[in-house]
Design a protein around this ligand. Structure first.
Ligand code: NDP
Ligand code: 8X3
Length: 261
């Protein structure tokens, strides 16, 4: 048997938030390659269309003969109406979601406490915490009715090791860890699985967003290190989702950058 059997994902439906970029896009492609059907959710429609095409290619390249459905849905994690209507807006083949990857998230700025912009505080709390909890609630209700399902939340090493200039972002990822662990404990004894994947530094649009579009500042973050890649984390996500039904991976990571470049 392969060490990384993905046959368990064949024809499953996986919804990935924050699928327009970085870790979410990489995870969606790997799920598609493994023979799953994927729903891509985020705000930027053009980016989602590119990832959708890449997922279709990945599914063909995987040659499993399974999956192949891929759709994009508009989702704003900060907008209650957008969250409330997401289930109704899924295509018919995705009416039963098997795996939710709660990946959408961001850091805004590196300001110290006392200097943090109110709008950055709101963006991080509403996206990383409120939105993730809201999505989890929607899908836990569904999963409880079906007695099946898997929620994979994307935490961070920042949810384990807080650092100066990251107070709010780290606090949101500590919240993700606490929420995910409590939810997992609530669901012990059921077939519903809950996982917290906690990446270290991954080269994505994350730093570009954090530094308000300043590419030089974003690039400096990755100078002198060989950052993790989105695909590295996608492998952890797909690995957790493809364990036998009796196995619940509670936490994957935290992952640290292993070497300097
Ligand atoms: P990216 O910036 O590349 O991707 C972030 C994704 O989140 C985008 O698809 C973006 O889509 C989406 N997103 C942001 N805000 C919203 C919103 N309001 N509604 C819907 N979608 C939203 O960063 P990463 O891939 O690195 O980040 C993915 C996750 O991984 C985040 O939760 C991040 O905290 C976490 N993480 C990242 C690490 C890193 O070093 N990169 C390390 C540890 C964890 P759009 O803008 O189109 O809406
Ligand atoms: C992102 C990782 O270390 O930049 O969650 O906060 S870090």
């Amino acid at each position: 048997m392969s060490v990384f059997p993905t046959a368990r994902l064949h024809d499953k439906v996986v919804l990935v938030t924050g699928a327009s970029s970085g870790i979410g896009a990489a995870a969606a492609k790997l799920f598609a390659q493994a023979g799953a059907n994927v729903v891509l959710a985020a705000r930027r429609a053009e980016k989602l269309a590119d990832v959708q095409a890449a997922c279709q290619e990945a599914n063909k390249a995987g040659s499993t003969g399974h999956g192949g459905h891929c759709a994009a849905v508009s989702l704003d994690m900060r907008n209650t109406e957008s969250l409330d209507t997401v289930l109704q807006r899924l295509p018919s083949w995705a009416s039963t979601v098997d795996v939710l990857v709660n990946n959408a998230g961001l850091a805004m700025g590196t300001a110290k406490v006392g200097e943090i912009r109110a709008e950055d505080l709101d963006a991080m709390l509403e996206t990383n915490v409120r939105g993730l909890i809201y999505m989890s609630q929607l899908f836990v209700r569904e999963f409880k009715q079906r007695n099946a399902g898997h929620i994979i939340n994307i935490g961070s090493v920042a949810g384990v090791e807080p650092y100066p200039g990251g107070s709010v972002y780290c606090a949101t990822k500590f919240a993700v860890r606490a929420f995910t662990e409590a939810l997992m404990k609530e669901l012990v004894g059921t077939p519903i699985r809950v996982t917290n994947v906690q990446p270290g530094m991954v080269e994505t649009e994350f730093s570009l967003v954090r530094y308000y579009g300043d590419k030089d500042a974003a690039d400096k973050v990755y100078h002198g290190i060989e950052a993790l890649t989105p695909h590295d984390i996608a492998e952890e996500i797909v690995w957790a989702a493809s364990r036998p039904a009796r196995v619940n991976i509670a936490e994957a990571g935290p992952f640290h950058v292993a070497r300097s470049s």
